[in-house]
Design a protein around this ligand. Structure first.
Ligand SMILES: [Zn+2]
Length: 234
């Protein structure tokens, strides 16, 4: 199984039987997603955690009749034309998509939409979407405390499904300064992902990667990303 970093929060997973493309915004320069779409041996799934432009690119709907889409229901509310598209499985928090090769759990978030846990070929991969303990230097202490509580409560609900997952793809957004890894560290302490890959970095890879030490200190292996196209073999 190979996980390739596309851009921002976008990742593509290749398994024996399928391709999964999560939170697609842009393809790699050499068109790895375009190649996945063009082949006809493996099933292609597109997942989008919510409607924000950095997680859902509406172009994906035109990528082909053969594609299966698992999209957060918040996207449906804003896109009337998609409502009758039978290629799409809509998911709310707490719901699941399942077929013969994959089980996809739609889990909580601290923003709109969902996070995902993908279970396939004996592995579990968590993709956070915009689920994070978003501590903002510009927000009031009260608002940051509310966010921290919200994060803890959503984290508790997903623990059973996500615990000891093989990989977690989780926001390390350097716009949060010293608190960039606050959510990721709490997440690792609670569910112990074997490995963590940063996302939501806005090309600030070096800044995001400096928080890898904090992740490793709480027992998860940190896998840095440095550029679009970086790949990790599981
Ligand atoms: Zn986002």
């Amino acid at each position: 199984m190979t996980i390739t970093y596309l851009y921002h929060s976008g990742f593509a997973i290749e398994t024996e039987e399928a391709y999964f493309v999560i939170d697609y915004w842009r393809d790699t320069d050499d068109g790895i997603v375009a190649n996945m779409i063009a082949q006809d041996e493996k099933t292609v799934y597109f997942l989008s955690s919510h409607i924000h432009h950095d997680h859902f690119n509406p172009e994906i709907i035109f990528f082909g009749q053969h594609i299966k889409y698992i999209l957060s229901a918040d996207i449906r509310r804003k896109n009337k034309v998609l409502r009758t598209d039978d290629r799409i499985a809509w998911v709310h928090r707490g719901e699941q998509y399942e077929d013969k090769r994959v089980k996809i759990y739609a889990l909580g978030s601290t923003d709109v939409g969902v996070s995902f846990c993908i279970e396939t070929e004996g592995k579990r991969i968590f993709h956070a979407g915009d689920f994070n303990n978003w501590q903002r230097t510009t927000a009031s202490e009260y608002d940051n405390m509310q966010m921290a509580n919200y994060f803890t409560s959503e984290l508790t609900k997903m623990e059973d499904i996500v615990s000891n997952c093989d990989v977690a793809v989780f926001p390390l957004d350097p716009r949060m300064g010293d608190l960039t890894a606050a959510g990721a560290v709490q997440f690792c302490k609670a569910v112990h992902p074997k490995q963590l890959i940063p996302m939501h970095c806005w090309e600030m890879y070096a800044e995001a990667n400096t928080f890898g030490r904090e992740i490793e200190q709480v027992g998860s292996r940190f896998i840095p990303i440095n550029k679009s196209g970086d790949a990790i073999v599981l």
